[in-house]
Ligand binder design. Structure first.
Ligand code: ADP
Ligand code: MG
Ligand code: ZN
Length: 600
């Protein structure tokens, strides 16, 4: 762990306090005690006055201390009353002079010395803060932290539950280990890799693991670190970073939280953020300018890919996207295993039960959970961390996450499972739909609730009418499943409905696929308004036609909905089985689903 020394107000207060104490001490050493004139005369007569300085109205000098060591004196001061003093002084043989001793030495000690001390302390802390709080000297210099291989002992073993992402990154490791071999064969090396996923799923960890596995230098910077107070500095920093990286190649440049830097230009703020824009432009220019053959791989992570500037995602820039989603049940078990190595856990720990109790938690939440459990065990003075501690820790962590609205309740989960299963079964039962690759109900993952991933088998330029209709039917399958199972419908289908309606509308208005309206083209060029703010659709057909179009849309959608209902009713047992499997495992692969459909 890196220790951060932050400049804090407490250092200042401590310094001021020290100055006051020292000043008080020094002042008291030199301070003169005010005594009445009568006491002065008594002391004089008793022979206890050492030497004095006399001015027109004040006498200052040294007097012997009562009961003190012989020769110990104390400074005193008194207001002069008797003008005939000198005779008296002479009578008692006191040395006297006509001016007060200079206070230069006293001032020196009580002011200059503490100030020097204070400056010293300040300088010490400034030095400790080092490059963190780069002072005026280092402005524009790079703050990238460079981890050398042996410091960065993160490997793929430390990252669990994200096997697909790991699989894709292994190739990058191979390349970094031996860049020459790759380029000899003419292979194209990815220039920029973007890790996309919700917070806490291990994106930063994965990037470090790639560096750790390949043993190359790792330049790590956070997007927000590029955005500087002074215009132009961020851009200078980017330039500097790439120069440094090229010197150290092969190496990895990792920009964490790319969204802070790469927000689409010109949105959000009016007039834009000059500094960020310049920095982003510089980054784009550097990315275009460097040849991946030198062995510099650019990695970045974000949990908000949708706000990134499209220019960043273009081919030749961050064109390889790797999804790092929240883990499913097995994934959570793997992650728990990784982190359990760091604590002393009981032997009878039921990992599966723990994984069951933590749906929707990301790697960081699980790491936090284990830490909580360990702390609880310490508080209870146990020798090892057991199930009771874990269960209580889960309750605490879940309560925290619930507040942040990141968990869904079991009822919703069930609805989502049947809904997604409905999409999948209808899609698989109809010809011409894209094969289902994966169904997931991991909460707050890539999709808010769940998703059914259909991947086209090839590029399509033409779609048949039946294919479009089947697509509409599978979109409506989610809601149909809800109706069959629960006899009620939920709001979860609004996006499906929007897409189904869009497809149907296009079929009628653009493709002439409606029997009632015939082969007529009704849509008009979508006219762009000022600055892309809105798209206005205009049509030049009669109101009667508009009504017919609306009716046709409704007819087609109802027909397809009826089709979806029909399919799901006949396959209700598969729907049941599939949803139960999904609830248990949270994620089903296409092959498993196929087996289920074939009645195995
Ligand atoms: P992200 O960058 O995606 O927000 P981090 O990589 O910073 O998440 O993860 C924070 C911490 O959570 C890690 O240091 C690690 O302890 C734990 N963690 C997250 N994901 C995983 C994972 N897949 N396997 C093991 N530990 C993980
Ligand atoms: Mg991170
Ligand atoms: Zn849906």
């Amino acid at each position: 762990m890196e220790k951060r020394h932050r400049f804090s107000i407490w250092y200042v207060l401590l310094g001021v306090w020290a100055v006051l104490i020292i000043q008080g001490y020094i002042a008291s050493m030199f301070a003169a005690q005010m005594i009445p004139y009568s006491q002065f005369l008594n002391l004089l007569k008793a022979g206890k006055i050492g030497e004095v300085a006399v001015t027109a109205n004040q006498i200052q000098g040294k007097m012997m201390v009562d009961g003190g060591a012989p020769g110990e004196t104390k400074v005193f001061k008194t207001i002069r009353v008797d003008p005939e003093l000198s005779t008296l002084l002479e009578q008692y043989k006191v040395v006297f002079k006509g001016e007060i001793e200079s206070t230069f030495l006293r001032d020196l000690f009580s002011w200059i010395f503490p100030i020097m001390l204070f400056v010293g302390i300040w300088y010490f802390f400034m030095k400790k803060m080092g490059s963190q709080q780069a002072g005026f000297m280092t402005i524009g210099k790079n703050k990238a932290k460079i981890y050398v291989e042996n410091e960065l002992n993160v490997t793929f073993k430390d990252v669990a539950g994200v096997d697909e992402a790991k699989q894709e990154l292994i190739e990058v490791v191979e390349f970094l280990k031996n860049p020459g071999k790759f380029t000899q064969l003419g292979g194209r090396i990815p220039k920029g890799i973007l890790l996309v996923g919700p917070p806490g799923t291990g994106k930063t960890l994965l990037a470090k693991a790639v560096a750790g596995e390949s043993g190359v230098p790792f330049f790590s910077l956070s997007g927000s670190e590029f955005v500087e107070m002074f215009v132009g500095l961020g851009a200078a920093r980017v330039r500097d970073l790439f120069v440094q990286a090229k010197e150290k190649a092969p190496c990895i440049i990792f920009i964490d939280e790319l969204d802070a830097l790469g927000k689409a230009r010109g949105i959000g703020t009016f007039g834009g953020h000059d500094e960020r824009e310049q920095t982003l432009n510089q980054l784009l220019a550097e990315m275009d300018g460097f040849d991946p053959k030198v062995g510099v791989i650019l990695m970045a992570a974000t949990n908000r890919p949708e706000i990134l500037d499209p220019a960043l995602l273009r081919p030749g820039r961050f064109d390889r996207h790797i999804l790092v989603d929240r883990p499913d049940k097995t994934g959570r078990m793997e992650i728990l295993k990784v982190h359990l190595k760091n604590i002393k856990a009981a032997a009878d720990l039921d990992l599966e039960k723990l994984a069951n109790m933590t749906p929707g938690m990301a790697g960081a939440d699980l790491a936090n959970l284990i830490n909580e459990a360990a702390l609880l065990a310490v508080r209870r003075e146990k020798k090892e961390v057991g199930m009771p501690e874990f269960e209580e820790a889960i309750e605490r962590v879940v309560a925290g996450l619930e507040k942040k609205n990141r968990l869904i309740n079991p009822d919703e989960r069930k609805t989502v499972a049947y809904h997604e299963m409905g999409h999948a079964i209808v899609a698989l039962s109809l010809p011409g739909t894209d094969p289902v690759q994966k169904i997931s109900i991991i909460p707050r993952g890539i999709a808010a609730l769940g998703y059914t991933m259909q991947v086209p088998t090839g590029d399509r330029f033409l779609m048949r009418k039946t294919e479009l209709l089947n697509k509409v039917a599978s979109l409506l399958g989610g809601r149909a499943a809800e109706e069959i199972i629960f006899g009620d419908i939920s709001t979860g289908a609004h996006n499906d409905l929007a897409r189904a309606t869009d497809i149907t509308k296009s079929m009628i208005k653009e493709y002439g696929m409606s029997d009632r309206l015939g082969q007529v083209y009704f849509a008009r060029e979508k006219r762009q308004q000022f600055l892309d703010i809105g798209v206005q659709e205009t049509g030049d057909y009669s109101n009667a036609t508009a009504e017919t179009i609306d009716e046709e849309i409704k007819t087609i959608i109802s027909m397809e909905y009826a089709k979806a209902l029909e399919i799901l009713k006949t396959k209700k047992d598969i729907l049941q089985k599939g949803a139960e499997l999904l609830l248990e495992k949270e994620k089903i692969e296409g092959t498993e689903l196929k087996a289920l459909m074939d009645g195995q």
